[in-house]
Ligand binder design. Structure first.
Ligand code: SAH
Length: 217
């Protein structure tokens, strides 16, 4: 029988901690959340590899190291209300739900949202709300959010997300051309916005009103 716990420990030790990530809350949570339940059936054995994986609908579950980098950048204490754009498999959502108080997650593709909901329910994670829709306009009803995480690549920071970010607040979003981005960290404090880039990344496109258009043909 597969020792999933050992695979997770190796993933965290060799791909994440060994590359300099030392946030123990994030590392411990990644040692616990069963990533193999979030990948497609038949791909469980690859779930702990050092790469992204397809989850259907031309979308991907992000590489574990990238998930760790983004999660650390949010600097979570356990108190936060988070808005996540791009539920995808729900793996990142599960981590956030363990590391913060409440997670609101928006996914534009209904089949992915439904599958993510099922997996998250199986794990008994109850502090998560999922909306099917265009996350580039945020989720106004529950704003403001202490943290906002976008897990798809955007041409620019969507205005609505900046508006729905609390003060103080942190927004993490891949920004750049369609196929390669920089991971941008945006901080709001006392009405002032400060931004810096944390390095290159490659996410599927954020598709919507304030994102990219769907490719035609
Ligand atoms: N965190 C996810 C990443 C999924 S990939 C995981 O690790 O599984 C990015 C997701 O963003 C895809 O599921 C895609 O459908 C979704 N997405 C793209 N544009 C979106 C938009 N405007 N609103 C909500 N979700 C969007």
């Amino acid at each position: 029988m597969t020792d999933w716990k050992a695979l997770r420990k190796n993933m965290v030790d060799l791909q994440i901690a060994a590359r300099g990530v030392n946030d123990t809350r994030v590392l411990d949570t990644m040692r616990e959340v069963p990533r193999h339940l979030f990948v497609g059936r038949g791909m469980e054995a690859s779930a702990y590899g050092d790469h992204a994986l397809p989850i259907g609908e031309e979308q991907t579950i992000s590489q574990p190291y990238m998930v760790a980098i983004m999660t650390v950048a949010l600097r979570l204490t356990g108190e936060e209300k988070i808005l996540e754009i791009g539920t995808g498999s729900g793996y990142q959502t599960a981590l956030l739900s363990r590391l913060a108080d409440r997670v609101f997650s928006v996914e534009r593709i209904e089949t992915l949202a439904t599958r993510a909901r099922e997996t998250l329910d199986t794990l008994g994670l109850t502090n998560i709300s999922i909306l099917v829709g265009d996350g580039t306009i945020g989720w106004k009803e529950f704003a403001p959010y202490d943290r906002i995480l976008v897990t798809a690549g955007s041409p620019a920071v969507p205005t609505s997300l900046l508006e729905q970010l609390a003060d103080p607040g942190i927004l993490v979003i891949p920004v750049g051309p369609r196929t390669m981005q920089q991971l941008r960290i945006v901080e709001k404090r006392d009405g002032v916005i400060e931004e810096h880039d944390e390095g290159g990344c490659a996410f599927v496109p954020l598709v919507g009103k304030d994102g990219w258009e769907l490719p035609t043909g």
